[in-house]
Each structure stands twice: as C-alpha cells, then as structure tokens.
Ligand binder design. Structure first.
Ligand code: ACO
Length: 320
C-alpha cells in the first residue's frame, strides 16, 4: 500500500487568540507559549461531511483517480454530522462513488493512524485496490466556549489521502493500541439514555480534559511508541526523515523530540494557525508537506497519533 494523493480543507472563518480573549479570560501570550497555537479555523455552518468531501476531492484530483476507482471510504472522526448515516456514507454519496465499503472510525486523535493500519489490512485481502482515508472534524460543536482550559486548543478541518495497493508496500511497520481512560482524562459527547421507562441525567456533550494528565500520557506514550516501531525494523531514528505527530500542542512535540534526543526540525509542526484538529491533523500535515515539496521518494516518515480513549498509534512509511 502507498499514498498516491493528499488533500486538505479548512473553513474560511478563523478565531485568533486575541479574539478568544474577548469571551474568556485568556491572552495570546498564555496560549502561544503553552501550546504554540495563534489561531484556528472554525465552522460557520459547514459540518464534518462538508470538510471531508472537499479534502477528498483534492486528494482524488492529486492522485488522478475517479469515483469508480474507490473501493473504500474510511472517515476517522469523533465529531460526525450524526450517528448515522455515517460521514463516510455521505462522502460516498456526494462524490458519486458507486460501490465501496464505507464506514466511520472513532479513535479520536489517533483515528488517521488507526485507519492506515485498517486500510493496509483491507489491501492485503487482495480484493481492494484503492481507497480514501479521511480525517475530518468539527470540534467547534463539542467545544465549551466558556472553558478557557479547552476552547483555546481546537480547530476544525479535514485532511484526506488516496491509498493504492502495491506489491512492495510502503507501509513498513505500525502499532495501534489503547489503554482504558479510567480517570476520564479526556472525554466528549455524552448522550443520556432517555426512553419511556428510563431517564438518565444529562451528560457532558462538551470536551472535558485534565490537561496535565493528557500531557504526561502523550509525551511518554509517543516516545515509547516511536521507539518500539523502529525497534521492530532495521531502521534507526536517525534514518527517519520526518516525524509527523498529531498536532495537539507544540510543547508535546518538543518534549518528544527531547526524549528521543532528536532535533526539533525533524518534527513537522503546522498547528500555529490550525490548532488541534484531532483525526484531521496528520493528513492535513502530510498535505502541507506535499504542497511545500518537502517529501521525496524514498524518504522515511513516522506518523504518530495519540488522544482520547486513551488511544495511540504509530506508522512507519516510505514516501513513494
Ligand atoms: N488562559 C489563561 N490562563 C489559563 C488558561 C488560559 N487559556 N487555561 C488555564 N489557565 C490557568 C489555569 O486556570 C491555572 O491557573 P491557577 O494556577 O490560578 O489555577 C494556570 O493557568 C495553569 O493551568 P494548567 O492547566 O496547570 O496549565 P498548564 O501549564 O498545564 O497548560 C495545557 C495547560 C496547555 C492544556 C497543558 O496542560 C497541555 O499542554 N496539556 C496537553 C493537553 C493537550 O494538548 N490536549 C489536546 C487535546 S488531547 C489530544 O489531542 C491528544
């Protein structure tokens, strides 16, 4: 399996740190020094499927494939338009993809990397030649805009890749794992059970996060996961051209670089004007790297997701 096209889309409306300081007690200095984020895009009416469709169209154009070529549509998201139909079904419909396996995948910010492993498994069946893997989020709809601990972090958008079966796979090694978040350090989207016989108390729809717990989990787990994935191959960390981590926060990425004794320049960062876009962040980062002509055939990349669940995943790929 290899990536043959990338695409990304963000809504046009942006909110800067200064804008946020008008409705929560915060400021640009606090946010930018602790997170690296200066601005983020948020929906002014578009939903997750709208972002996903636009990113997918660009990826398909870059890959030079048509709707008839697509055998699966996987959308990684924790913020779908609704429970069902899935975002993947909506994408399939709007792109006119006639026959495909379509489903949403929720592994929060790890969704794109989980999706790569699933897509690779599908390709190995031999029946599937080409597919769309999309990370798309409308996090602004589950953000508590009165909570300064969380509303500063997130942004909306989508990234997509077209994947193609190859005899000699560019997908070299991976791990996808989770440990139960028993302390609920990161959660969102609770829907109470309400039926004629039972009425549950309202639950939290909005994101709740224990920031420092998530920071410790992320830095420790990402470091260990990169190390394990490389140990399973004959490659060393010095032979990896770029580490593309989930763009949660620049301090998490800096700490991982330090833990691995690697220069920060080897870690791609584009969260300054996007914020944390969860499952969309890695495919959006890949697309930006492609647009900036940073990726050459033969380069090795480690893609690393981490997030609610608590989930994580790392994939070592060769760029072709
Ligand atoms: N503006 C100003 N002050 C703030 C803000 C804000 N936006 N948010 C919190 N504060 C205050 C707190 O109230 C606290 O004040 P106090 O000392 O008077 O109580 C003080 O700043 C310090 O708060 P902490 O939560 O301890 O701040 P910390 O240094 O831990 O930074 C942060 C918070 C940036 C969230 C950090 O914990 C972090 O990076 N966590 C990682 C979590 C993350 O990135 N999550 C992304 C989502 S999950 C994912 O994608 C995997």
């Amino acid at each position: 399996m290899k990536i043959i096209g990338t695409g990304a889309y963000v809504p046009s409306t942006t909110i800067s740190n200064d804008d946020l300081s008008k409705f929560v007690d915060t400021n640009d200095e606090w946010i930018s020094t602790r997170t690296g984020i200066r601005s983020r895009h948020i929906s002014s009416g578009e939903n997750t499927s709208d972002f996903a469709v636009e990113a997918a169209k660009k990826a398909m154009a870059a890959a030079n494939v048509t709707a008839e070529d697509i055998d699966f549509v996987i959308v990684a998201t924790f913020t779908p338009d609704q429970f069902t139909p899935t975002v993947a079904s909506m994408v399939q419909h709007r792109l006119g993809i006639p026959q495909a396996m379509s489903f949403d995948l929720n592994a929060a910010c790890s969704g794109f990397v989980y999706g790569l492993t699933i897509a690779n498994g599908l390709m190995q069946t031999g029946h599937i030649k080409c597919g769309l893997l999309i990370g798309a989020e409308t996090i602004s709809k589950v953000t508590d805009w009165s909570d300064r601990n969380t509303c500063i972090l997130f942004g909306d958008g989508a990234g997509a890749v077209v994947l193609q079966q190859t005899e000699d796979s560019a997908f070299l090694q991976a791990e996808c794992k989770a440990i139960p978040d028993v302390d609920a350090s990161l959660s969102a989207g609770g829907v109470p059970i309400t039926n004629p016989l039972f009425k549950e108390e309202p639950k939290d729809l909005f994101i709740k996060m224990a920031g420092q717990e998530v920071f410790k989990f992320a830095t420790k787990t990402v470091t260990a996961s990169i190390t394990r994935v490389l140990e399973a191959t004959d490659l060393t960390k010095d032979e990896v051209d770029y580490f593309v981590c989930h763009q949660a926060n620049s301090r998490i990425i800096q700490k991982v670089a330090k833990n691995l004794s690697l220069p920060e320049e080897r870690f791609f960062v584009n969260l300054t004007n996007l914020g944390n876009t969860s499952a969309a962040s890695i495919p959006m980062a890949l697309d930006e790297m492609v647009q900036n002509d940073m990726l050459k055939p033969g380069m090795k990349l480690v893609l690393v997701g981490f997030g609610a669940g608590l989930t994580w995943g790392a994939s070592l790929i060769e760029w072709r």
